[in-house]
Unconditional design. Structure first.
Length: 270
């Protein structure tokens, strides 16, 4: 029986220990990482941020908090292509460069420790932040205020010219959803880097965090295909078939499963 992931225990605390959970996820890829040590060092960052904040009411400190992080050289990672280090939280803290989600996780942890109200917003392609009740969103990369027009322009950049802004793009993102989004980011980045074993760890975490669906099983099946594990690939294709509601896709999946079955290969699972 597999050991219970520590990050799952972090999620169940009240409030969820989001940064610690993200560090334990990073430790799955870097076993030498000690999350407790990183959290102790994080206390120094809190002091640096706090010392530079103006004397304002807590709801008015969210934007100054993000700007203070910018003064401390926390910026969006502009590497092209992006590497996994843009999403692994201990490396983001070391390099002070990361994806918007990674920077948002740091800001959310600081906001919690400083009693500043701040929420994550599950905007597609670029996680955003919001003070509850505010008429604008905040970009975690620079603290810029984003109003409806700005969000529409950002969506067009992220999703293409045919994308339309909907109310669902402004929904609050809770702790499990943030870790799911982090896991999807890591899976993509590891896959792009050709580290399929690392991507497999992320894909398995996605299946723990997300409701069962065809797309996530197809994602893991694709990784098993890269790892030359046809038996495991077939397992996920069969699960995807059970969950698929599109008839054309079901036919295609059945054909792939039949092809793998006829190959008659049964290597050990990774």
């Amino acid at each position: 029986m597999a050991a219970r992931p520590v990050w799952l225990t972090c999620l169940e605390s009240n409030p969820p220990a989001l940064l610690e959970a993200a560090l334990w996820i990073a430790a799955e890829h870097h076993p030498e990482l000690r999350p407790a040590e990183v959290l102790r060092e994080f206390a120094n960052l809190r002091q640096q941020v706090s010392a530079g904040l103006p004397n304002l009411a807590a709801p008015d400190l969210a934007q100054p908090l993000l700007r203070r992080l910018g003064e401390l050289e926390f910026h969006e990672d502009d590497d092209n292509p992006l590497r996994p280090q843009a999403a692994l939280l201990h490396l983001v803290l070391q390099r002070r460069r990361g994806q918007p989600l990674s920077l948002a996780l740091i800001a959310l942890e600081l906001a919690q420790r400083l009693d500043i109200p701040l929420q994550a917003v599950n905007f597609p392609g670029h996680l955003l932040l919001r003070v509850p009740g505010a008429d604008h969103l905040l970009d975690p990369c620079n603290g810029r205020r984003l109003y409806t027009r700005d969000c529409r322009e950002l969506l067009l950049r992220m999703a293409g010219p045919s994308a339309e802004l909907h109310a669902r793009h402004f929904m609050t993102c809770d702790a499990p959803a943030l870790l799911l989004r982090l896991s999807r980011n890591l899976c993509h980045l590891h896959g792009t880097a050709g580290d399929h074993l690392a991507a497999l760890k992320d894909a398995e975490r996605i299946l723990l965090l997300a409701p069962p669906n065809s797309a996530d099983h197809l994602l893991r099946a694709a990784i098993y295909h890269e790892l030359d594990c046809p038996q495991a690939e077939r397992f996920d294709l069969e699960r995807a078939l059970l969950l698929c509601e599109d008839e054309r896709e079901r036919v295609r999946l059945a054909q792939r499963i039949d092809q793998l079955t006829r190959l008659g290969q049964s290597p050990a699972l990774h």
